[in-house]
Design a protein around this ligand. Sequence first.
Ligand SMILES: CC(C)(COP(=O)(O)OP(=O)(O)OC[C@H]1O[C@@H](n2cnc3c(N)ncnc32)[C@H](O)[C@@H]1OP(=O)(O)O)[C@@H](O)C(=O)NCCC(=O)NCCS
Length: 140
Amino acid sequence: MSLCKGIFFAPIAAKIHGACFDRGWSEEEFQKLLALPTSRLWMTEEGMLLCSEVAGEMEILTICVLPEFRRQHIAQDLLHELFRYAKAQKVKSIFLEVASDNEAAQKLYAGAGFKQTGTREGYYARKDGAVDALCLTKKV
Ligand SMILES: CC(C)(COP(=O)(O)OP(=O)(O)OC[C@H]1O[C@@H](n2cnc3c(N)ncnc32)[C@H](O)[C@@H]1OP(=O)(O)O)[C@@H](O)C(=O)NCCC(=O)NCCS
């Protein structure tokens, strides 16, 4: 799996994202994100991982796997690809936020060595209110 560079990947990224989240990001949004020099994208036909890299730190902006391909360690493989890259680039820490009601993602991150370092209360809107964001960090 290699780093995917350029806005060329926006249509397929939007397609995968839209199939994975209630409010998927549009092709235009991905074009803008992928045009940034700080964006790092890993993608397969089944899933994707988008990060930003700034000053020796990385943030996971989104990770998702198409429903029909879940529980086959695709997300885990994407994270391992990120960790290999981060080590090679001498990145010190990787950050992310995950919703407190997203058990699958929390288990994925815990298994990959992320630790909770903070909470953002009421960060994600839900139909019947809001849930917290858990702020997780992994030292590379
Ligand atoms: C979270 C998500 C990316 C996981 O993708 P995936 O490819 O199915 O995950 P993997 O197969 O690599 O799982 C690795 C480990 O994470 C944990 N895990 C993943 N999905 C899980 C689930 N539904 N329930 C419990 N544990 C789960 C397990 O420990 C799993 O290892 P195991 O299968 O050997 O037990 C996927 O469910 C998804 O796209 N969800 C919607 C988008 C989303 O919520 N993204 C994260 C936003 S922060």
